[in-house]
Design a protein around this ligand. Structure first.
Ligand code: CMP
Length: 144
C-alpha cells in the first residue's frame, strides 16, 4: 500500500553535510518527498518524540543530542515506504548496519546514528502529527 513515513536526519547527519546524499537516496529509490524542514528541536518536542524511551538510561543523552543543533525533518511517501526506509537506514547500531545502508555507510555510534525513521504505521502517524502541524494531504494540489 502507498504509505507515508516520518524521517529525520539527526544533528550529526546535518553537521556532516549528509542531507543531500540522504534525500537523494530516497528520491532515487522512487519515493516522493511531501514535507521537509530544517529546524531546531525544543526540549518538549524531543521528549514527546522519544516518549517510549523515557525509562531508558540513555533518555537524557537522547534528548540532549537531538536538541543540540538543527535536524532535517521529512515526510516521504510511496509503496511500503515505512519498512523500506528502515531497510535503507540499516540497523540502529551502525556497527551492525550493512554496508550500503545509510547507517552502515556513515554511522559512528548507536547514539550518533545519523537518521531516524518511523518503525510502524502507528508510529508514522504519531510522529507525522507531532512534527508536521500543517496538513500535508493536499500536497499534489499545491504543486500542480
Ligand atoms: P532512533 O531510531 O532515533 O530511536 C531511539 C534512539 O535511541 C535510537 O535511534 C538510538 O540512536 C538511541 N539509542 C538506542 N540505544 C542507545 C544507547 N544504548 N545509548 C544511546 N542511544 C541509544
Amino acid at each position: 500500500a502507498v504509505e507515508r513515513t516520518f524521517i529525520m536526519i539527526k544533528p550529526d547527519g546535518v553537521q556532516r553535510n549528509l542531507v543531500g546524499d540522504i534525500v537523494s537516496r530516497f528520491e532515487k529509490k522512487g519515493f516522493k518527498l511531501v514535507g521537509g524542514i530544517l529546524m531546531s528541536v525544543s526540549q518538549d518536542l524531543a521528549e514527546q518524540h522519544y516518549a517510549e524511551h523515557k525509562e531508558r538510561p540513555f533518555f537524557g543523552e537522547l534528548v540532549s543530542f537531538i536538541t543540540s543543533s538543527p535536524v532535517f525533518a521529512m515526510v516521504w511517501e510511496g509503496e511500503n515506504v515505512i519498512a523500506t526506509a528502515r531497510n535503507m537506514m540499516g540497523k540502529t547500531n551502525p556497527a551492525d548496519a550493512a554496508p550500503g545502508t545509510i547507517r552502515g555507510d556513515y554511522g559512528i555510534s548507536v547514539g550518533m546514528n545519523i537518521i531516524h525513521g518511523s518503525d510502524s504505521p502507528e508510529s508514522a502517524q504519531r510522529e507525522m502529527a507531532l512534527w508536521f502541524k500543517e496538513d500535508l494531504t493536499d500536497y499534489d494540489k499545491t504543486v500542480n
